[in-house]
Design a protein around this ligand. Structure first.
Ligand SMILES: O=P(O)(O)OC[C@H]1O[C@H](OP(=O)(O)OP(=O)(O)O)[C@H](O)[C@@H]1O
Length: 236
């Protein structure tokens, strides 16, 4: 890890600690992180940065669990099992905290592009793309006017409806590495379309990440399509 990466990791740990501190006392934060309350106070107030070992532990250990709890608090499910996750996907700063934790936890290959499907995956894709410092692209169910060439993927869904996603062809170059993300995976049909688009572009899949996996079918389906890591922050 070079100096800039170390500094970035330390600052991410401070962001995670600040988020956790919003609803906790320093003693509670100390119990959660197993770090001394006095040190935590200095980190949260920005007087001292945590060591890289402590920072990594905060980001991928307690940070992941705490963000998963926070996500569960922000999501509601109705009696038919439909999920309202607007409390998460409408909050870009929350997703900005998720991005480094997802990257640390699942060790995706470093992408050139983060790809998602419009609409609800876009803010997560933007957070992941910003974290890696790469482009973000989203496939849509309609063709953008003035774009001449598209990569398209069509699938007949379990429901019998045919679904087509279109991505402007210039969004992904052959040989690039693509991280496929979405806010939610249920049947895995949307992921399959995105993985198909990646393949049609001649690109490689560096990983698949979702905030929420509803059941295991969708995640299993993605795992059958790729050897790259497939991860979910929470599973319902
Ligand atoms: O695993 P699947 O069964 O394919 O479901 C997952 C998809 O469902 C939701 O999108 P939706 O179709 O509701 O469109 P939206 O993002 O525009 O709301 C969600 O954002 C995923 O893209």
């Amino acid at each position: 890890m070079n100096r800039a990466e170390k500094a970035a990791l330390q600052l991410r740990a401070v962001s995670v600690l600040r988020m956790l501190k919003e609803t906790r006392t320093y003693d509670e934060l100390a119990a959660l992180t197993e770090l001394p309350a006095g040190d935590l106070n200095r980190y949260v107030n920005g007087h001292v940065l945590p060591s890289d070992d402590r920072a990594r532990e905060v980001v991928s250990g307690v940070g992941r669990d705490a963000l998963a709890d926070e996500l569960e608090r922000r999501v509601t499910t109705d009696e038919e099992g439909y999920v309202d996750n607007s409390g998460a996907v409408f909050d870009q700063s929350f997703l900005d905290l998720v991005a480094p934790i997802a990257a640390e936890t699942f060790e995706f290959d470093r992408p050139d592009v983060v790809l998602t499907a419009a609409t609800d995956g876009i803010t997560l894709a933007a957070a992941m793309a910003s974290y890696y410092g790469v482009r973000c692209a989203y496939a849509k169910q309609s063709k953008e006017t003035a774009v001449e060439e598209f990569i398209e993927s069509r699938q007949r869904l379990q429901s019998g409806i045919e679904l087509t996603y279109y991505l402007p062809a210039a969004s992904i170059d052959a040989g690039e590495t693509v991280l496929v993300v979405d806010d939610l995976i249920r049947s895995g049909e949307t992921q399959e379309l995105l993985l198909d688009i990646t393949e049609r572009a001649g690109a490689d899949v560096g990983g698949v990440f979702t905030l929420i996996a509803v059941g295991t079918d969708g995640v299993e389906r993605a795992r059958e399509r790729t050897d790259a890591p497939v991860g979910a922050l929470v599973e319902f």
